[in-house]
Design a binder for this molecule. Structure first.
Ligand code: FDA
Length: 524
């Protein structure tokens, strides 16, 4: 058996650290421009590390810390870091925007360094060609900003929160409120630059169609380091329409969600209405109640939306004054939680609008509407007073999502999906007891929902990373058979092709984490 680069007894972290730094500093790339890195001895180390940690659950003193954080300015710095990682057996984690739900881009159970792409973040939009090149350390907010300042009739279908990084987001699919019209972010990638395990730089033509297929949804930190994506931009009208209508349990939220389940994936593709379930207080006597927020983007004008809703979803009771018309870029501000007249520059901020908290999330796919009785069980759990901030988001599929074949890219959740559920719980209280209580809560909810969601396998969205659905062996030697446990939940039949691509491009499993697709051979 061959040895994986870091297998056997790891050299001591201190030795790795010194040799690795020496290797970086003396690499040919460092002769051209300085390779910037931070060790714990550097006063900026904590702030550089924490800046892109978006889940405070992994910002504790007990969480394993990187031996070094490398912040490349050029592709040659990435090549140098990969080469030194091989030589000195220091495990690598790539970090884009740092939004991984399980912290996999900045936490590892063996000595490791972070390759933090934060300085590779430029975006170039070509309005005439309807394309954009985005460096992999950029955010979706920066992409939106660059589109929105140059045109009002082009858009891109990525996520809601502007600070999310394109590095991880596009690697796992990436969706937003125009999903029913356009599909996923990854459906619109037309080229990419990637540094492979040997340090070679590729574009689409040189990496080949198999690898190009795998990186558009097969999960980050698996096939190489993506340094840039090229995407097609999509046409939108000068004005779109948004609304948010809320209903409490007392206002028949349950019955209206039930109706939503019947119609939301069958509306015209231009209409996306998601439902956010959380807890609020009644206005009458300030007791806790469940609230459903129907939150919508329509790629058209209010005058055509209103009759459509009155005909197909009258139960929601939407009125003309609920509907807001604005440009697509201002709808991005709306869904991100900013006042819609904010300067567009707020989209460039890498600091989230709301404070960072601890959270745990899960996902599910629903193919048949669940009963009102089942929905009532969700409310009972949301109303538990000892749970700080529970939330479920139901996002309808259908439309363009149903037309794209399951094997078009690794993301397989297409025709037959009515909606996706994201289960979330946030909390601020520190300490083990609070963490256990909230994590136990979401696991119990997940168990409760099992009869009402997809089965055999119970499907999940890789960008809502959840190590509860299965994990590679912490010691590092996971066979593709063992990884199949979680792999088919994220990728269905595409898992096998991902294993084949991984075997071809990284047979010794250099790029890996707790949920990266392994190669065919189980390395010992
Ligand atoms: P991060 O840097 O943590 O990377 C995630 C994974 O990709 C890691 O394994 C990392 O190693 C790898 N990776 C990153 N850059 C890479 C590169 N250049 N090359 C290779 N591997 C790379 N999703 C969604 O679809 N729609 C949404 O609206 C939202 N909204 C949202 C809001 C908030 C607040 C959070 C925390 C998350 C979301 N997400 C989401 C989920 C998001 O899409 C997912 O967490 C992405 O993987 C985040 O990508 P980042 O680059 O920010 O994370």
């Amino acid at each position: 058996m061959l040895a994986v680069p870091w297998s056997g007894s790891d050299a001591s972290p201190a030795a790795n650290h010194d040799n690795f730094l020496h290797c970086l500093s003396t690499s040919p790339a460092a002769n051209v421009s300085k390779i910037v890195f931070y060790t714990p001895a550097n006063p900026s180390y904590p702030s550089v590390l924490q800046f892109s940690i978006h889940n405070l659950r992994f910002n504790t003193s007990a969480a394993p810390k990187p031996i070094v954080i490398v912040t490349p300015q050029t592709t040659s710095h990435i090549q140098a870091a990969i080469s030194c990682s091989h030589k000195h057996r220091l495990h690598l984690r790539v970090r884009g925007g740092g939004h991984d739900y399980e912290g996999l881009s900045y936490v590892a159970s063996r000595p490791f360094f972070i390759l933090d792409l934060i300085n590779l973040s430029s975006v170039k939009v070509d309005v005439a060609a309807r394309t954009a090149w985005i460096q992999a350390g950029g955010t979706i907010g920066e992409l939106y900003y660059q589109i929105g300042t140059q045109t009002t009739t082009l858009a891109f279908p990525a996520g809601v929160c502007p600070t999310v990084g394109v590095g991880g987001h596009f690697s796992g699919g990436g969706y937003g409120l125009s999903l029913r019209k356009f599909g996923l972010a990854a459906d619109h990638i037309v080229d990419a630059h990637l540094v492979d395990v040997k340090g070679k730089v590729h574009n689409r033509a040189s990496m080949g169609e198999d690898l190009f297929w795998a990186i558009r949804g097969g999960g980050g930190n698996t096939f190489g380091v993506v340094t840039a994506w090229k995407v097609n931009l999509l046409p939108v009208p000068e004005n779109v329409t948004v609304f948010t209508v809320t209903k409490t349990i007392q206002q028949n939220a349950t019955g209206i969600i039930n109706r939503w389940q019947q119609v939301a994936d069958r509306f015209p593709d231009d209409l996306f209405i998601r439902v956010i379930l959380d807890r609020t207080e009644t206005t009458t006597n300030s007791t806790a109640t469940g609230r459903a927020s129907f939150n919508s983007l329509y790629l058209g004008q209010a005058q055509s939306l209103l009759p459509l809703l009155q005909r197909d979803f009258p139960e929601l009771g939407v009125e003309r004054e609920d509907l807001i018309e604005l440009t697509w870029i201002r709808s991005i501000l709306y869904f991100a939680g900013y006042p819609t007249d904010s300067p567009l520059e707020v989209l460039r901020s890498q600091v989230p609008l709301t404070r960072k908290r601890n959270f745990k999330a899960k996902s599910d796919y629903v193919t048949e509407p669940m009963s009102e009785r089942a929905l009532e069980g969700i409310w009972r759990r949301i109303l538990r007073p000892d749970i700080e901030d529970p939330e479920l988001i139901f996002s309808p599929y259908g439309g363009r999502m149903s037309e794209i074949p399951e094997s078009s890219i690794p993301f397989p959740h297409r025709a037959g999906t009515r909606y996706k559920i994201q289960h979330l719980v946030y909390w601020e209280r520190e300490g083990r007891e609070a963490t256990d209580r909230h994590v136990d809560w979401i696991r119990e909810l997940y168990g409760y929902l099992a009869p009402h969601v997809s089965k055999n396998p119970r499907l999940a969205y890789v960008n809502y990373r959840d190590l509860d659905v299965g994990s590679n062996n912490g010691a590092g030697f996971t066979s593709h058979e063992e990884a199949r446990v979680w792999g088919v939940k994220y990728f269905k039949g595409n898992y096998e092709r991902l294993v084949r691509v991984k075997t071809a491009v990284d047979p010794r499993n250099f790029f890996r984490n707790e949920q990266s697709v392994p190669p065919l051979t189980a390395w010992k």
